[in-house]
Ligand binder design. Structure first.
Ligand SMILES: Nc1ncnc2c1ncn2[C@@H]1O[C@H](COP(=O)(O)OP(=O)(O)OP(=O)(O)O)[C@@H](O)[C@H]1O
Length: 684
């Protein structure tokens, strides 16, 4: 028979539910338990044998509104629910953690009990209602009050309502004057849960220790030195190879402070704060390359120490392999001949683009050197030691191109190679892939390619496995992609993804001053040969629709047919396409756009120049509004704002002049020449 009755008083009903459950589980057979939450309803008097408050704060609040009449009144001591300890153990060591509870005192109490339980691998900051922002804190924990956590905190972990501790439970047992056997039964029940948890933790620790040992063995078997340090600069990995290099005994190094073990200042600086990926050092007379990686997720630094000879060997083997298969870049920027400011500008921009990791779209007419630029960009990039693969997309049928790019799995089609085949994206891993004539790929391959750009992963044709890839894409086209988009043949989303960085290579006829230089370089391959001035003059005047490739072809032809050491007019090919077909009205040798000008920019400029010319011809004012209305009629609407931007560029390049009021904007003779030229040119 139950002779004692207890009333539990809590703040919220959630706490009431959890704590009354705990009490019921342990004491229900011996005492009557009632519970009240002060949030729930108005109370004016509480009378019972035992009155148990969930916290000091709740006691104070209750005493303000009600008479508390109990034989025994006590405030329970609370502790973290053991079942939730593992949630805390999963947070990585050293992390700043906000501890959120409904009042400051209980927050501090919670932090104390966390420390008492041995959870000391985290840095706890107590939450204050009035403080809105906590710098450097991304994780919050809360005993059931997660809604109070500031909104910007990414991860909020509920560690559950705290339970009464064993001392509180034993105090109640004493008030009830239960016999000793019952008292020990209750405390046994209480600690059984803890023991179970301890067992689990012990198992987990044992497994972790075994895994650690295994990892240590693996790390020791590696031929390079390996070092890892945590955010406190404590060493977490230090393999035997590294110990040999520093002439140290491997035991007891793990756990020590990094600076205690490594004394060489330049190595310390590089590992802790270096910007480069790798650097050379000399350690005890051995030349070493240190590769450094920062692992953001667990704020660790990992460094590998390779002997210089080995590093070179590995690089050489990889390069040799790529070379054997033709997967390497053959040209660098010094192979791109030209002194014209437009080509120098292209080289300057391309050198900058090389350093970024984004895709690049190179546009320009056929034979202008787009592939040459792609090679040079790869060689100048951080991927220079990785493979470089070039593929001409227009040379394949749709299905063949797909299988070339993405590979296929065993049994995908009859005649497929056994074991499947790697696609070029897989082979190019860690390097660059150059997709020439991208404007010609089908919509189906376009959507496949878009996925690669978005997800950085591929799936072989007929395969299920997702294969992550790390490849930079450089695409090129000599087609008007914008036109293709408007006709629905090219996806605009793919265009924007590819065109993050763009390069526009000017045609040869817009940089004629480079022709003698190119000719010199092409003939220099044959020793002692020269070219007559007249031939050079003629070459300089041609329009070169096939650009440098065509020029190179003509020189190769002349070198073959020429008798003696001087190339003369009689060696000139009798090809009708190569006659002096230069229309002086269209002749233009200045290129008014820079290398990063998009085809869109050029197209808009043509449209604007054309409208200005039309207005000038009929004596109408070429105002921004008029040009804008004209663009609408041509189905290519440009706002007055867009027009203002383009007019500025056209004026700077001397293609228009701007006058005030009725004088309006006028196209200059150069502007007319330029307009004629661009209109007759297929790419634009
Ligand atoms: N600036 C240059 N200096 C030296 N050689 C050049 C230059 N530009 C182009 N070439 C040569 O012209 C030929 C064509 O160049 P490339 O293949 O890079 O042109 P492309 O723009 O990619 O052509 P396509 O659009 O037809 O694929 C190659 O033999 C290349 O070496």
């Amino acid at each position: 028979m139950k002779t004692t009755s207890l009333t539990l008083i809590t703040g919220s009903s959630k706490t009431k539910e959890t704590l009354s459950n705990q009490l019921a589980q342990l004491l229900e057979d011996y005492i009557t338990i009632k519970s009240i939450a002060i949030d729930d309803k108005g109370i004016d008097e509480i009378k019972d044998d035992i009155i148990l408050f969930s916290s000091e704060q709740v006691k104070k609040e209750t005493e303000k509104i009600a008479k508390v009449l109990g034989k025994h009144v006590l405030v329970g001591k609370r502790t973290l629910n053991h079942e939730n300890v593992d949630k805390l153990l999963k947070i990585i060591e050293g992390k700043n953690v906000l501890v959120v509870n409904d009042d400051f005192e209980s927050t501090v109490e919670l932090i104390q009990s966390l420390y008492q339980m041995g959870i000391d691998h985290l840095r706890f900051t107590p939450f204050k209602m009035e403080q809105l922002y906590y710098p450097d804190i991304e994780v919050a924990i809360s005993p059931g009050e997660t809604h109070l956590s500031p909104d910007y905190i990414k991860e909020v972990i509920d560690i559950g309502v705290r339970l009464f501790d064993i001392a509180t439970i034993l105090q109640i047992v004493e008030y009830c004057k239960l016999n000793r056997n019952i008292a020990s039964l209750i405390s046994e029940k209480y600690i059984r849960n803890i023991i179970e948890l301890q067992r689990e933790l012990l198992n987990a620790e044992q497994q972790a220790r075994q895994l650690n040992k295994h990892i240590q063995n693996v790390v020791n078997a590696v031929d390079d030195g390996i070092l890892a340090i945590d955010s406190y600069k404590r060493i977490t990995v230090f393999n035997e190879r590294l110990a040999n290099l520093f002439k140290l005994h491997n035991e007891n190094i793990v756990g020590k402070h990094f600076e205690e073990i490594i004394s060489q200042q330049n190595i310390k600086d590089f590992i802790l704060n270096g910007n480069e990926e790798s650097k050379f050092f000399s350690i005890n007379n051995t030349d070493i390359v240190i590769y450094r990686t920062f692992i953001k997720e667990d704020e660790r630094i990992v460094a590998t120490f390779k002997s210089v000879n080995r590093a070179f060997e590995i690089e050489k083997t990889a390069q040799k392999e790529f070379r054997k298969q033709g997967f390497y870049a053959r040209y660098d920027f010094s192979d791109i001949i030209g002194n014209h400011h437009a080509i120098l500008e292209c080289k300057r921009v391309a050198t900058k683009l090389a350093k970024a990791e984004h895709p690049i779209l190179i546009q320009g007419e056929t034979g202008t050197g787009k592939e040459l630029f792609a090679h040079a960009i790869h060689k100048q990039s951080t991927r220079k030691n990785g493979p470089f693969l070039a593929i001409n997309c227009s040379a394949f049928t749709e299905s063949l191109l797909e299988s070339e790019l993405f590979g296929y799995d065993d049994g995908t089609f009859t005649g497929a190679k056994k074991g499947g085949k790697k696609g070029l994206f897989e082979i190019a891993d860690g390097g660059t892939i150059f997709l020439d004539e991208i404007g010609d790929i089908s919509l189906n391959v376009q959507s496949h390619l878009l996925r690669v750009l978005q997800e950085q992963e591929i799936r072989r044709i007929g395969g299920r496995k997702i294969i992550p890839i790390n490849v930079r894409i450089i695409a090129a086209t000599n087609k008007d992609i914008y036109q293709k988009i408007s006709e629905g043949f090219f996806r605009s989303d793919l265009y924007y993804r590819l065109n993050v960085l763009n390069l526009l290579i000017p045609p040869l006829r817009l940089r004629r001053t480079d022709i003698p230089l190119l000719v010199q370089s092409f003939i220099s391959k044959r020793e002692g040969i020269s070219i007559e001035e007249e031939v050079l003059n003629k070459l300089e005047k041609l329009d070169w629709p096939g650009n440098v490739r065509e020029l190179k072809g003509v020189i190769d032809y002349m070198l073959t047919v020429c008798e003696g050491d001087v190339i003369s007019l009689k060696d000139f090919p009798q090809n009708s396409l190569l006659q002096d077909n230069v229309d002086q009205n269209k002749y233009i040798d200045e290129y008014p756009f820079n290398a990063s000008a998009s085809v869109l920019e050029i197209e808009e400029s043509i449209l604007i120049l054309e409208s200005i010319k039309d207005f000038n011809d009929v004596g109408k004012v070429a105002s921004r509004d008029n040009i804008s209305s004209a663009s609408k009629q041509k189905d290519r609407y440009l706002s007055p704002q867009q027009i203002r931007l383009r007019l500025k560029g056209l004026e700077t390049n001397g293609l228009i002049t701007k006058g005030k009021g009725r004088a309006g904007t006028k196209i200059t003779p150069n502007g007319i020449k330029y307009l004629n030229f661009l209109k007759s040119n297929s790419t634009y």
